[in-house]
Design a protein around this ligand. Structure first.
Ligand code: ADP
Length: 335
């Protein structure tokens, strides 16, 4: 199964520059996530007033919803530096020690996929986050000594798709925890219009709404679809994006009216055709599809759960009547 699907929520190769150019840089440019923005705005204003860094922040939610963008906005609003790294890159406490000792006062340290930090590194973070001190071990074996080293007061912004995998001591050390949720079609429509403006592409309301409705609640996908529709409009239309152009190009890309692509449909049909609609364990579905469990859990399931096409329970995954109806099955066969 191709990893490079159009609706992939992680960044695709060669896409970084494009997505980067569309990133909002100020809180006022960030669309949606109102509750979080209100809390952040207050925290940032209070911190700036007191001349202090803001509390550590944990953002959790599916990929492509703007967690990295927010970390950059926070450092921008605080006029501080941002240092970006990710859980899988930091293999030993020594790797993190180098980063922490180089931080300046009020810098933002962004750790993406923080749930993938090795446990020893995670434990090393506790005192760094709480007391701004780290344990530096000198010498080995019986001569080993621990020296406490002070580091500058910094803000850790952690991002994760799986908050449940973080240990509770780590979770407890964040002052602000926020679930970044899928965007509404209205919010995505605004994001698409803003991006079109930055890209100098003419788009009307219905064209933007059509792309929004098929972006599975995710800004990264909305921007990617906009790029495809723009190509289509340039080659087969007048360059302007309207409803017809958006509809035709997205149908050509194999994205249906609910934003489902071939992988989502294969996932749902596997459960329906091979496991009588479920419940079935995720491992069995992944094996049948020859796909990794993590990919299904991070990229496919969250949106299907969100739109009510899938139920998850201790006994496994089960497709819902709405999913059966959407895919044209006779629901009575599954009662
Ligand atoms: P995450 O870190 O959650 O995977 P990103 O911060 O990398 O997501 O966001 C992906 C892309 O989506 C960004 O390049 C940005 O252009 C766009 N984006 C995300 N959230 C917003 C938003 N609230 N408003 C406008 N654009 C957004």
């Amino acid at each position: 199964m191709s990893r490079l699907r159009l609706l992939e929520t992680s960044e695709q190769p060669g896409e970084e520059k494009f997505q980067w150019s569309l990133r909002p840089t100020k809180l006022t440019d960030y669309i949606g996530q109102r509750d979080l923005l209100v809390r952040l705005d207050i925290s940032i204003k209070a911190a700036v007033k007191r001349g202090e860094p803001i509390d550590h922040i944990l953002l959790y939610g599916p990929p492509g919803l703007g967690k990295t963008t927010l970390a950059h906005i926070i450092s921008n609003e605080m006029s501080s530096n941002i240092i970006c790294t990710s859980g899988p890159v930091i293999e030993r406490s020594g790797d993190l020690m180098g980063i922490l000792t180089n931080l300046q006062y009020a810098d933002v340290l962004f750790i993406d996929e923080i749930h993938r930090l090795p446990r020893t590194v995670e434990e090393f973070l506790y005192s760094a986050m709480e007391d701004f001190k780290i344990d530096f071990i000198v010498d080995k074996g019986p001569f080993a000594k621990t020296i406490k080293v002070n580091i500058k007061h910094f803000t850790l912004v952690g991002a994760t798709t799986r908050a449940g995998l973080l240990s509770s001591p780590l979770r407890d050390r964040f002052g602000i925890l926020h679930h970044v949720d899928f965007y509404t079609p209205g919010e995505l429509c605004e994001i698409i219009k803003r991006s079109s403006n930055l890209l100098n592409v003419a788009i009307d309301e219905r064209g933007a709404l059509e792309i929004a409705g098929r972006s599975r609640g995710t800004p990264r996908i909305a921007n990617r679809l906009l790029r495809r529709v723009r190509d289509y409009a340039d080659v087969l239309g007048s360059g302007k994006i309207d409803y017809e152009i958006a509809l035709k190009s997205l149908e050509l890309e194999g994205i249906d009216s609910q934003g489902l692509d071939k992988i989502d449909i294969a996932y749902l049909k596997t459960i329906i055709d091979k496991y009588k609609g479920g419940p079935v364990g995720i491992d069995a579905v992944a094996a049948t599809l020859n796909e990794e469990v993590d990919i299904l859990q991070d990229m496919v399931e969250p949106y299907l759960l969100k739109i009510g096409y899938l139920n998850r329970s201790p006994s496994g995954r089960k497709v819902t009547h709405s999913a059966l109806q959407h895919l044209g099955y006779d629901v009575s066969r599954f009662l």
